[in-house]
Design a protein around this ligand. Sequence first.
Ligand SMILES: C[S@@+](CC[C@H](N)C(=O)[O-])C[C@H]1O[C@@H](n2cnc3c(N)ncnc32)[C@H](O)[C@@H]1O
Length: 458
Amino acid sequence: MSKQNPRQLAFLTLRDVHRGAFADVALDRILRQADLSDADRGLMTELVYGSVRRQRTLDALIDRLGKKPASKQAPDLRAILHLGLYQLRYEERIPPSAAVNTTVELAKENGLAGLSGFVNGLLRQYIRLTVKNEGESEISQQNPLQLSKDPVERLGILHSYPDWIVQLWLEQLGEEETELLCEWMNQPPSIDLRINPLQTSIAQVEAAMLKADILVRRVPHLPQALRLIGSSGAIQNLPGFQEGWWTVQDSSAQMVTHLLDPQPGEIVIDACAAPGGKTTHIVELMQDKGKVWACDRTSSRLKKLKQNAQRLSLKSIEICTGDSCNLPQFINLADRVLLDVPCSGLGTLHRHADARWRQTPETVRQLSTLQTELLNKTSAYVKPGGILVYSTCTLHPLENESVVEAFLSHRPSWQIEPPPSNSPLMDLRLPAGWIKVWPHRHQMDGFFMVRLKRGTGD
Ligand SMILES: C[S@@+](CC[C@H](N)C(=O)[O-])C[C@H]1O[C@@H](n2cnc3c(N)ncnc32)[C@H](O)[C@@H]1O
């Protein structure tokens, strides 16, 4: 088997991931050195991300079909079984016989020739249990899993999530909607563009895309958003990228800046700015008039922000590298502060295959402490009468509602402010005043955002 076999490269990537590498970093590293056709790159990417994402379901199948549970299998064998089972269960384009044969080959090529019979037997047993018999209307995908009635366990195993995430969503949504959300987060992510009105118009971008046979559609309520439909190839090759006509940014992230509603001539501090998706949106809405301080503690990410600002030809950004909790020069300075804090990303699990396995209740608690500190400290940069928008791309109340409620409980001069009066965001506002975007309801990334106003009294 050649080194340029996409399944072999997928196996090597999974091996790195099981040793602790981030899935996207490991995949990128191997893909950069690989000599693969576009189709094989696509297959390899799908096999890696799919196997990582569906890990719990695939392990449950190994538990059921193997003699030893998945956790006791040798790591390389487990990765190979994940690849084989993933293809059988989720890759309808691959004939089952091809999935089995190529997986058996993988075992042989990677020092597991003695176990190739076991691999073959386990995969063929899966096929036997799921095959459609004469007269049956559909393949029973659930049978080999023997699911429990307990909703946490059932949804966690069937859709491959840790129990604590399922529990968290069940508490907020109930079983039916949690299942929809679990399914939604296992779909391939969509790509949205945000048009730069200082360089072009949405109609001009639509026309350029149409000419290049790229399908797009507008996103209701978002004046500068276009969603790409179907495959579009490399983003940098799309019309208007070099010219700075647009930025890739999900629709829900675009909403955050509309909630901030920055005005030309103002001073705005973006306290967690890099890589600048929202900073550049702020500047566009201010027509590049005024000053936007882009603060972040990670200089490599700020480098990307500078590149983005350059490509979009935006001038009114000043970079500030360091801890945003400690910027005394900004006290009482800003008309508006955007605080788009680091978070557990539970609203964007579909974009990061391994995120659901990396986050834990403990990392969430640590993030909540950091978010609370950032909110307490950066609120002092808002001048009396000014606005602060707090946002996250997570769906965990400890990082959202709890942080905001604790802040308001000891800051009597601050209050929640409704979205700007003519804003479409009004429709999404919950009775408590904040906006929570649930992906399965709104077809965009999960987000939390709230607009806070500082009174003039202190
Ligand atoms: C969610 S990301 C920001 C994304 C950005 N707003 C955008 O739309 O492109 C959070 C950022 O907060 C930064 N960060 C975390 N703790 C910080 C701190 N104490 N001071 C400044 N930046 C911090 C991280 O480096 C990271 O870039």
